[in-house]
Design a protein around this ligand. Structure first.
Ligand code: F6R
Length: 243
């Protein structure tokens, strides 16, 4: 695991975008695994700038997102489908047919999750998976538990995640209680993994996840076992590692 420390969120975003751009230049038909949340927004803005400048080309890129709220229509501005269009896909030369987000409106969870897992396999797997890190160590919506969930599945969100995500909704009651998410096995099968983390509120979990024991109680800790992980972390998020 390589940890790259940056001064702040903006430098984190530029460095992360450079890593994704390098992947796209070296393999123009890459399958990119993407994340939502606050952490990658700056990275997406930098990718848009590079695309507009003509430095990267999305025309042969395929994307698969990590997760989606269950029961939220795609035109709801809090759905991850909406987020991806709004923050990235609407601003770059990507073929939308090649962008994939689990469909939270498919009521049959086993079918949607099974189909999503099969799709990733058909695409030949993920070349580079971008991740954020939850305060409780979750990646995707893989919450702390007694064991690592392997494949794409339906999860009940934990109170701390509902609490953390309520900032995006009119009220806490509007936060969906379930989500479809790639499993830990799905994430670990990616050829490369890039994690972006920023802010002092993540310092404790950064230390636990990346320097502590590997345990399903801290799902991101499994990333220590992956052969090609880069964490781009701002100084505030890194501060407990140095302390
Ligand atoms: C998003 C996702 C989540 C977030 C995590 C951090 O698709 O799967 O695991 O990456 O909750 O969220 P932020 O970046 O908002 O702190």
């Amino acid at each position: 695991m390589k940890i790259i420390k940056t001064a702040d969120y903006n430098e984190m975003s530029r460095k992360a975008a450079n890593i994704i751009a390098a992947q796209m230049i070296l393999k123009p038909n890459s399958v990119l695994g993407l994340a939502t949340g606050s952490s990658p927004i700056g990275t997406y803005q930098e990718l848009v700038k590079k695309n507009v400048a003509g430095d990267i080309d999305f025309s042969d890129i395929t994307t698969v997102n990590l997760d989606e709220y269950r029961g939220l229509p795609r035109d709801n501005d809090q759905s991850y489908y909406y987020f991806m269009n709004d923050n990235l896909f609407n601003h770059v030369n990507i073929d939308k047919e090649r962008t994939h987000v689990p469909n939270g409106m498919v009521a049959d969870a086993d079918k949607e999750c099974g189909d999503y897992e099969a799709l990733i396999k058909e695409l030949g797997g993920v070349d580079l998976q971008l991740l954020g890190l939850g305060h409780n160590g979750h990646i995707g919506f893989n919450e702390p538990s007694e064991e690592f969930d392997k494949v794409t599945h339906c999860v009940d969100l934990q109170e701390s995640t509902i609490e953390a995500n309520k900032r995006f909704f009119a009220s806490i009651d509007d936060v969906p209680r379930q989500a479809y998410t790639m499993g830990i096995g799905t994430i670990m099968a990616a050829k490369k993994i890039l994690v972006v983390v920023s802010g002092a509120d993540k310092a404790e979990i950064v230390k636990k996840a990346f320097t502590g024991p590997v345990t399903p109680h801290v799902p991101a800790s499994i990333l220590q076992m992956h052969p090609d992980v880069t964490v781009v972390c701002d100084a505030a998020a890194y501060s407990k590692i140095e302390a």
